[in-house]
Design a protein around this ligand. Structure first.
Ligand code: SF4
Length: 324
């Protein structure tokens, strides 16, 4: 995730998107609709940002099965791969954040060796999960060797970006490291909104936060980037503003996305955007729709989605197939 820091300085979103940011009105600290949860839902338990914004099933039957029927769904390749990718990326920051501190000379070859060493240790530590991933592999693109290679390429790219930052800044001292300038908090990130008031559960846990730059972000992975990924950042921004109040705006979102089923060797990419009112509105609409699902009768699930388009990789496929 070092690329986020390097890119941030190139993007300079806070300068280029000044106008978009000044137009944001739907702040999480506002005590009015549409920020406030409508009164008809106030007796219901809050939902997580993920429950609201992860719209893998367009009819929200997945949410219904989880919340109304208490079904957790089957293990899938994607459900195993996702946490592995997150662990790989988080560990990379822990281990290499001080790599370019001036105590050793790094080259592309040395970065390659470091990454091989890191991924070998990762493979040893994650043996159980990787075996499980292999058992769930059902297509050539889900081959575990391929998966490890994609992680290795991503790791190499990340360390190269850390090196690029060091070079572009004329060689940094430890006190001027990338993470000192772009302080990414990536462990135990917790936001504690007033859950009853906005309907978002507390704590809410984004994958990373750069509060000094008003950035909140999430790591995503899958066969393709989904339109709804940015909604998670809108949810976290509203929760953050609700907790910290006026003067603590959260304006930018970053989705760090790793494409898992690419034919070519992909590396993770980061997508940055302004969390504007349109995105916030969409999140709040989705929140209200999700609460509507909770009010539905347990015996009447939402309709089935198109099997070919949405269900193949869904954890509820076996469950829903019973109704087809
Ligand atoms: S299997 Fe299909 S219909 Fe069922 S929850 Fe998943 S996406 Fe929706």
């Amino acid at each position: 995730m070092f690329q986020i820091g390097t890119n941030w300085q190139l993007w300079d979103l806070s300068r280029d998107f000044d106008k978009a940011v000044s137009g944001i009105g739907l702040r999480g600290y506002k005590r009015e609709e549409p920020i406030l949860l409508p009164a008809e839902f106030s007796h219901l338990s809050p939902l997580s940002v993920g429950d609201i914004a992860s719209i893998y099933c367009p009819t929200r039957r997945d949410l219904f099965l989880l919340k109304k029927r208490r079904l957790r769904g089957s293990s899938t390749w994607g459900r195993i791969a996702g946490p592995l990718i997150e662990d790989f990326c988080m560990g990379l920051i822990d281990e290499y954040k001080n790599l370019f501190d001036g105590s050793s000379e790094e080259s592309y070859d040395s970065i390659k060796n470091l990454m091989e060493d890191y991924s070998n240790r990762f493979i040893t530590n994650k043996q159980g999960a990787l075996k499980k991933l292999k058992r769930h592999s059902s297509a050539p693109a889900e081959d575990v060797t391929n998966f490890i290679l994609v992680l290795q390429y991503t790791g190499r790219y990340e360390l190269a970006m850390l090196g690029a930052d060091w070079f572009l800044n004329g060689g940094t001292s430890p006190n001027n490291s990338l993470l000192a300038r772009v302080p990414i908090k990536h462990r135990n990130v917790q936001i504690s909104p007033d859950a009853k008031v906005i309907g978002i559960s507390s704590p809410s846990t984004p994958d990373f936060l750069i509060s000094s730059l008003q950035v909140v972000g999430d790591i995503k992975s899958g066969a393709a980037f989904k339109d709804f990924y940015p909604l998670t950042c809108a949810g976290y921004a509203i929760a953050y503003e609700n907790q910290y109040g006026s003067g603590n705006d959260m304006n930018f979102g970053i989705i760090y996305f790793l494409e898992t089923h690419s034919r070519a060797f992909a590396t993770a990419r980061s997508y940055a955007f302004v969390i504007d009112d349109q995105l916030r509105h969409e999140f709040l609409d989705r929140r209200n729709e999700a609460f509507e699902i909770l009010l539905q009768d347990t015996g009447t699930p939402p309709p089935l989605a198109s099997r070919d388009q949405y269900c193949i990789h869904c954890k509820y496929r076996n469950e829903c197939d019973k109704d087809r």
